[in-house]
Design a protein around this ligand. Structure first.
Ligand SMILES: NC(=O)c1ccc[n+]([C@@H]2O[C@H](COP(=O)([O-])OP(=O)(O)OC[C@H]3O[C@@H](n4cnc5c(N)ncnc54)[C@H](O)[C@@H]3O)[C@@H](O)[C@H]2O)c1
Length: 307
């Protein structure tokens, strides 16, 4: 009663085969017939969205992560619900190790957290690819090397900086809504190219490296660019992936697997994920903030809602 807690965006039971294995993003109890439950997410079960004054939390003893009493690190802890663990998941899926070089595609909230997580894990060189200037600026502030893909092919830009070499690991924090270079960076028409980031990662990661793919891909996209994309079937250079001996990991973030450790990094002062927060607004102001976030305008990188 009265505890300060933070919940993962996923809902999990804590006792099924997948939860016991640490795959709490794939719980088989909470959404029968499907592996995975989440608040306010299509196909993820009967759980209304968490952006509300009150939230009903199934299996609360398992899902709630307790936080120190008081108000310290409030914005940092809010990032534990989704984007900090999800960015970290990207680094974990790619197996990022100290001293490695990493290319992170996407500098939205998840991409920035992925770049940050790689640096927290001791990566030597992290490239952050996007075309939204404020986001690339944030990436530079945390020590990543910004690459604007509107200026030139990001694979070539990274290889030129590395004297022709690729990187050890790659992270896709963009997903199927990736756009081509030259699409309007803020607002306006975006030319979708759902396979572009996957193929660029296959090119930029060096042989025997790995790809972490927390960016979302869907089995059905009615607005897809062609018939294949509508079925979630994308054309990727699998031959090149095989030739290079690359590994890849995908899927929803298993937030529970990481969030206690990430909380402790925050408490110890070794992580400050709230650097990504650009605005804090009331629940009533949420529709306007959502619109601006969608259009990537006025520096809307990550918004905290105060119910
Ligand atoms: N796996 C999970 O559990 C999980 C959890 C949360 C979010 N996600 C997914 O992660 C992805 C990123 O989330 P977000 O909130 O940061 O989204 P976002 O839309 O705010 O950010 C995506 C960024 O990618 C950039 N981008 C578009 N095309 C690109 C390209 N060709 N190359 C490089 N950058 C490009 C955009 O400009 C944008 O800044 C989404 O697909 C989201 O659904 C996954």
């Amino acid at each position: 009663m009265g505890d300060r807690v933070v919940m993962p965006f996923n809902v999990a039971c804590g006792f099924c085969k997948n939860c016991l294995g640490g795959f709490t993003g794939f719980c088989i109890t909470v959404n029968p017939g499907f592996a995975g439950g989440a608040y306010g997410y299509v196909a993820m079960g009967p759980y209304p969205g968490g952006q509300a004054e009150y939230l009903r939390v199934p299996f609360a003893d398992f899902n709630c992560l307790s936080l120190p009493a008081g108000k310290d690190h409030e914005a940092d802890f809010a990032m534990l619900a989704d984007i900090f663990p999800t960015g970290y998941h990207g680094a974990e899926l790619a197996g990022v190790k100290p001293g490695e070089s990493v290319a992170v595609f996407g500098a939205g909230p998840v991409g920035l957290m992925a770049a940050y997580s790689c640096l927290v894990r001791g990566a030597a060189e992290v490239y952050s690819v996007d075309h939204v200037k404020e986001r690339l600026q944030k990436a530079a502030e945390i020590g990543a090397i910004p690459i604007n893909y509107d200026e030139a092919d990001p694979v070539q830009q990274i290889k030129e900086r590395r004297r022709g070499q690729g990187v050890d690991k790659g992270i896709d924090a963009v997903g199927y809504q990736a756009t081509k270079a030259g699409s309007s960076a803020v607002g306006g028409q975006q030319d979708e190219a759902p396979n572009i980031v996957l193929n660029q990662l296959i090119e930029v990661v060096s042989p025997t490296g790995a790809l972490g793919i927390p960016g979302l891909y869907v089995p059905s996209d009615p607005g897809g660019v062609d018939e294949s994309a509508k079925r979630g079937a994308l054309s990727i250079n699998f031959g090149r992936l095989f030739e290079k001996g690359l590994r890849l990991g995908t899927g929803q973030c298993n937030v529970k697997r990481y969030n206690a450790h990430l909380r402790d990094l925050i408490i110890a002062g070794r992580a400050r994920p709230s650097f990504v927060v650009s605005h804090e607004v009331s629940l009533a102001e949420a529709p306007d903030a959502y619109r601006k976030f969608d259009q990537r305008v006025e520096g809307y990188t990550k918004v905290i809602l105060h119910p």
